[in-house]
Design a protein around this ligand. Structure first.
Ligand code: IDP
Ligand code: MG
Length: 183
C-alpha cells in the first residue's frame, strides 16, 4: 500500500533566553516538540547581538516593546531550530499558544507559553507566522541551508521515517549519515 504523501513544511523556531536558562524547561519543551511529531532538521545554540536582534525583529520597529524585546533576546543563549512537519508553521504556533502570556496563562494554560511563559516579553518561544516569514527567518539563522536542496536530498529520509533523533546535536539525522554527522 502506498502511504499518503504528506508534505513536510519547514518553520523557524526559537527557544528564547528564559527557556534556555532553565534546563528542565528546555528539556520539557524539546520533548513536547518531539511528541508532537516535529522533526528537528537543523539546530544551533547561539547568542544574538542587539544589532542582530533588532534586524530579526525589524517588522516591530516603532512598537513600544521593541527595546525590551531586543535586550531580552540578546541577554543570553537561545536555541534556533528548523522544524519540519505537515503544517509545521501553524502547528508550531498552535502548541506555542498566543503571544501575550498574561492572557494566555488563563486562556490557553496547556500551551507552551501558557505553561512556562513569565511575561508578555519573556514568552518562551518564537515561531514563523507565514511561509514567506519562515523562508526569511530560516535564512537569517541558517544562511548555509537550502530548503530546495534539503527536499531533494535529506527530505526523502524524513518522508520515509529513516531518521534518528540525535540528542547531542538536537537534530534528526538520516540513518546512514548518523556516523558521519557525529564524527
Ligand atoms: P509572536 O512572537 O507571537 O509572533 P509578535 O507580535 O510577532 O508575536 O511579537 C514578537 C515578540 O515581541 C513576542 O513574542 C513578545 O516576546 C514580544 N511582544 C509582543 N507584544 C508584546 C507586548 O505587548 N508586550 C511585551 N512584549 C511583547
Ligand atoms: Mg511574530
Amino acid at each position: 500500500m502506498m502511504r499518503a504523501l504528506r508534505k513536510l513544511e519547514l518553520t523557524l523556531a526559537i527557544l528564547k533566553p528564559d527557556v534556555v536558562a532553565h534546563p528542565n524547561i528546555l528539556k520539557e519543551i524539546r520533548s513536547i516538540i518531539l511528541q508532537q511529531e516535529f522533526f528537528f532538521v537543523r539546530s544551533k545554540k547561539l547568542i544574538l547581538s542587539p544589532t542582530r536582534a533588532n534586524e530579526f525583529y525589524k517588522e516591530h520597529e516603532g512598537k513600544f516593546f521593541l527595546n525590551r524585546l531586543v535586550s531580552f533576546m540578546s541577554s543570553g543563549p537561545i536555541w534556533t531550530h528548523i522544524l519540519a512537519r505537515e503544517n509545521a508553521i501553524p502547528e508550531w504556533r498552535r502548541i506555542m499558544g498566543p503571544t501575550k502570556v498574561l492572557k494566555t496563562i488563563h486562556e490557553a494554560p496547556e500551551t507552551i507559553r501558557g505553561r512556562f511563559g513569565l511575561t508578555d516579553t519573556r514568552n518562551c518561544t518564537h515561531g514563523s507566522d507565514s511561509p514567506e516569514t519562515a523562508a526569511r527567518e530560516i535564512n537569517f539563522f541558517f544562511p548555509e541551508f537550502s530548503t530546495d536542496r534539503w527536499h531533494d536530498t535529506e527530505g526523502a529520509y524524513f518522508y520515509n521515517g529513516q531518521v534518528a533523533f540525535n540528542e547531542d546535536l538536537c537534530q534528526h539525522v538520516p540513518l546512514q549519515h548518523v556516523s558521519d554527522s557525529i564524527s
